[in-house]
Design a protein around this ligand. Structure first.
Ligand SMILES: [Zn+2]
Length: 431
């Protein structure tokens, strides 16, 4: 174990320290892409542009704003309003130079500017023409061009440069309307990568134990609570505690897959309620109920046999018996989930509904996973017997970690490593 890992282990809660093996393998966190980032990144629309001597540009911009309204003006804030002729993309330069009084406009001493008026759909052409005719400097030779422009902001400087060359001068404002803010990913990745290896090692360990005990597939889940220094923790506010001064992590749930527990393993899918992620979430729920019942002196909680959410392995039992570190919040709010495999669509939705804060998984499940956004190939299953005669797979990745329309989003990563034995499962399996 490296010195830095020893340091990390020293800060772990006693239960985790008891469970982790001597050898903790390291890996790298790769942020998950959102469906928007992969597919709708470049949505083009048409925009009107005009040109005017620079002392009239204010008049022109005022007319365009009045026609489009404030909202529409905000729609293209990533595009520069004005552009010198020399800064136009080459193909526009040569096109406009030959239209109307273009030659004069494009000379070296020209004080003319090209002006982006707004999205074509937002501006009634006749009114625009009438408005521009009221501007002294251009009324005798009104120029209106229509160009394609990116409707959404770029997500990197490189992309902004590219679009400036292809369409119109584009500004990268270090934000990302298509996914989590880059600085948030950056900051959180460095926080999580400190001990992600510990939790992934634990997830692998419980996965192997589940398989070896015949409970289920080699799939494991770990849920932890992380308290970051200085971060306001709403769950602790009522007790008047000061923010923590050092980062602490505590394990909340540990669960292996148990789909074959009390099930006959004959070509079926097993008990879907026994999926590792569902069991882990359910164990968190039981801890919350346990705390609540204690304070109100209610009778013991119920266990649902169908859910297989009681601890089955010794390691699960140890974690299950430990108290929940912050039993005040909603189910898994702000907790972190570490999985050996990309969760199936059912589990992905359960994770989302539990309001998990972050998710890390190792093995991607290209046919059945719910978190990745990449489109699925038709060759993802390799040479499995189940689909000898028909191609399987294909379709769009769901990217369920970050879908604004689902009203909850998480930061997600894949954990890449070369040093840990792969936990191979059938590619058709729903993890
Ligand atoms: Zn599942």
């Amino acid at each position: 174990m490296s010195d830095s890992m020893k340091e990390v282990v020293e800060t772990l809660d006693p239960v985790s320290r008891r469970l982790i093996p001597a050898n903790i393998h390291s890996g790298t966190l790769v942020p998950l892409k959102t469906t928007l980032e992969l597919r709708d990144n470049l949505t083009l629309g048409l925009a009107y542009i005009t040109r005017a001597p620079n002392r009239y540009t204010n008049d022109v911009v005022t007319i365009a704003r009045a026609l489009a309204g404030d909202d529409a003006a905000k729609n293209l804030p990533h595009l520069r309003r004005c552009s010198k002729p020399v800064d136009l993309p080459p193909h526009l330069k040569s096109q406009f130079m030959n239209e109307g009084s273009g030659r004069a406009v494009h000379t070296g001493k020209s004080n003319w500017l090209y002006i982006l008026l707004g999205a074509k759909d937002e501006l009634p052409y006749d009114e625009l023409l009438r408005g521009l005719a009221s501007v002294d400097g251009i009324r005798d030779d009104i120029f209106i061009g229509i160009i394609p422009v990116p409707l959404l902001a770029p997500t990197s400087q490189v992309q902004a440069n590219l679009w400036s060359q292809q369409f119109w001068q584009t500004v990268y404002r270090k934000n990302n309307p298509l996914g989590p803010h880059p600085s948030n990913i950056c900051r959180t990745t460095s926080v999580v990568s400190r001990d992600a290896s510990v939790w992934m090692t634990l997830a692998h360990q419980v996965a192997r134990k589940s398989r070896d005990d015949g409970l289920g597939e080699p799939i494991g889940a770990v849920i932890i609570k992380r308290t970051v220094p200085g971060k306001f923790d709403a769950t602790k506010n009522t007790s008047g505690q000061e923010p923590e001064d050092k980062e602490t992590t505590q394990i909340v749930a540990l669960a292996g897959d148990a789909r074959w527990y009390q099930q006959e393993k004959t070509g079926r899918t097993g008990n879907p309620m026994g999926h590792a992620a569902l069991r882990a979430i359910s164990m968190v729920a039981q801890k919350l109920v346990r705390t609540e019942n204690r304070t109100e002196n209610k009778p013991a909680i119920m266990e649902f046999e169908a859910f297989q959410d009681g601890p089955l392995l010794d390691d699960e039992q140890v974690v299950f018996e430990a108290e929940h570190p912050c039993p005040d919040g909603y189910l898994c709010h702000d907790l972190e989930l570490y999985l050996t495999h990309e969760p199936c669509v059912m589990c992905a939705m359960a994770i989302l509904h539990s309001r998990m804060g972050r998710i890390v998984f190792r093995h991607r499940m290209p046919l059945t996973g719910g978190m990745s956004s990449e489109d699925r190939g038709y060759d993802a299953c390799g040479n499995s017997l189940a689909c000898e005669n028909a191609p399987c797979g294909g379709g769009r990745g769901l990217g369920l970690h970050w879908r604004k329309e689902l009203n909850w989003s998480m930061l997600g990563w894949e954990w890449e490593t070369d040093t840990v034995e792969r936990l191979v499962v059938d590619p058709h399996l729903h993890a």
